[in-house]
Ligand binder design. Sequence first.
Ligand code: KIV
Length: 260
Amino acid sequence: MNKKKIKEIILKKNKSKIVCLTAYSKSIAKILDSYCDIVLVGDSMANVLYGSQNTHKISLENIIQHTISVKKGIKNSLLVADMPKNTYNDVKTALKNARLIKKKTKCDAVKLESNSKNFNIISELVRKKIAVMGHIGYTPQFKKKFKIEGKNKFEINKLIREAKLIEKAGAFGIVLECLTPKASKLITSKINIPTIGIGSSVNCDGQVLVIDDLIGLSQSKLKFVKRFVDITKLIETGVKKFKSEVLKKQFPKAKHSFSK
Ligand code: KIV
């Protein structure tokens, strides 16, 4: 467990915002490392890399391989690996798989989604010195339909209870996915660990986005996504130039060729 980095992140609560992005490869991780407090190898790789409709088919091996790659680009950020669906159904399985992820990837922490019951899994992992990040609200591994949560008092109170139990279990932070601004604000004010929001307004201690959405590599139309740059256009420019030069026999030139 990287206690120092985790402590630094917790200390940012109420002081400065926490910056988190997903990464799935060394080259992207290397760029993010200078700017992010946390780099997450999310199971969102299912959608953005593997073209799946949901995250359910991502395996432990997928997460391990991509985290090994990301780790090679990380020097400063806290590296968190998602635990895939069905890899933490009970304490024994969770412990075995979290240990395997940590051993093979040397990541700093794992993230697991809450099903409103699995708090004992978090506490057991933490007891065994594995740092854990929680995840509440829209939890794609458990919820069939996308829904904004925290729209009424009943839902907000349930989410606050869940966040408090995750904190009590020993998690160092919680992702809040697709919650109303009111729910995010209340949860964030009622727990002492940082909340990292995605689609949950500015009322969180930090923000996370899927990197492919931020750079315009995905065609995401989700309301909470902001495309900060359009890398697709840049790639197209390069590929068009390459094609044109290949067809006109302008590439490769002598300087790109070996004489001996
Ligand atoms: O898998 C993922 O990328 C995530 C983020 C949306 C928080 O869990």
